[in-house]
Design a protein around this ligand. Structure first.
Ligand code: SAM
Ligand code: DTB
Ligand code: SF4
Length: 318
């Protein structure tokens, strides 16, 4: 079946539905496409932290702001592998490695390829997020077994200019094209609650849905307002508007995994439950995201039990 086409009016109309009607539609779409008792668990690791040359106004790792973060070199491969083993033992299906780079430096790239290869050998899905990628880098990652590449559009093209000046929206689209062309699954989403308008949220979701193919994975982050960044004093977005955004994304991208990403640590269990009702079916699992905190593993296990979720099965080690 062809994907439904979306325009500004039809997305806005979804947002304006009565809350329970929107949730009902989202949950119906969700059940038609997924087992609604399953939750995907992904674990993050920052393999190269801090001093990033980009100026993303939300990011604790940008070298442009004083956030108190210590700069670290690229991690040792064996250390990454031992963290990945631990994530697998705790139940993660995917291991996502993030690096605070504009794009992967030549001298470090072979080490990243080795990390991907070794994580795959453990029987985990491998994901990396390394900034901008060219065609050759995307191909090399694919050849080493990479399953997903995370690169977010973050917000609408218009609001983007207020958030990031060192990398253009078009550069992001080019990287996504290189990832797609290399036949790596695309993980692409953004941040909600950076002071953008609903209009921006509509335009952001239209960008995602109008990519040549829907991203296989869509992380929806709620801004973690970090001290020292330009967004530290942004007022928190209303919970209902955040849940609506998840529901609208679910209706628009019925087959994509929707990941309730950054910001869960500040959400109540019932708030999270409404996000899952709205169609979120993936989370980051583990006490830390890249640098910011995430709910403790045992708290997430408890919530999974309360919700009656089963985690998505892992693959066997190669
Ligand atoms: N440096 C790489 C890049 O930007 O492509 C990868 C890492 S970056 C931290 C990945 C994503 O995390 C960003 O695109 C943004 O959506 C999200 N993120 C970063 N800081 C955040 C924050 N304070 N609150 C919510 N999401 C955040
Ligand atoms: C994504 O969209 N969210 C994750 C992952 N992709 C790499 C990162 C969230 C980062 C939150 C801030 C931090 O931990 O530094
Ligand atoms: Fe760097 Fe990524 Fe943070 Fe932007 S979001 S400053 S590119 S680590």
């Amino acid at each position: 079946m062809l994907n439904q086409t979306w325009n500004h009016g039809s997305v806005q109309a979804l947002y304006e539905l009565p809350f329970l009607e929107l949730l009902y539609q989202a949950q119906s779409v969700h059940r038609q496409n997924f087992d609604n008792e399953k939750m995907e668990l992904c674990t993050l690791l920052s393999v190269k932290t801090g001093a990033c040359p980009e100026d993303c106004a939300y990011c604790p790792q940008s070298g442009h702001y004083k956030t108190g973060l210590e700069k670290e070199k690229l991690m040792d491969v064996n250390l990454v592998v031992s963290q990945a083993k631990q994530a697998k033992a705790q139940g993660a299906k995917r291991f996502c490695m993030g690096a605070a780079w504009k794009n992967p430096p030549k001298k470090d790239f072979p080490k990243v390829l080795e990390m991907v290869k070794k994580v795959k050998e453990l029987g985990l899905e491998a994901c990396v997020t390394l900034g901008t990628l060219d065609q050759d880098q995307a191909k090399a990652l694919k050849e080493n077994g990479l399953d997903y590449y995370n690169h977010n559009l973050d917000t609408s093209p218009e609001y983007y200019e207020e958030i990031i000046t060192t990398r253009t929206y078009q550069e992001r689209l080019n990287t996504l094209e290189n990832v797609r062309d290399a036949e790596i699954n695309v993980c692409c989403g953004g941040i909600i609650g950076m002071g953008e308008s609903r209009e921006d949220r509509v335009k952001f979701l239209l960008q995602l849905v109008n990519l040549p193919k829907h991203p296989e994975s869509v992380p929806i982050n709620r801004l973690i307002a970090t001290k020292g960044t330009p967004l530290e004093n942004v007022k928190q977005l209303d919970d209902f508007e955040f849940i609506r955004t998840i529901a609208v994304a679910r209706v628009m991208m019925p087959k994509s995994k929707l990941r309730l990403s950054a910001g869960r640590d500040d959400m109540s269990e019932t708030m999270q439950a409404l996000c899952y009702m709205a169609g979120a079916n993936s989370i980051f699992f583990g006490d830390t995201l890249l640098t910011a905190s995430n709910p403790e593993t045992h708290a997430d296990m408890q919530l999974m039990k309360k919700m009656g979720f089963k985690r998505e099965a892992q693959k066997d080690a190669c």
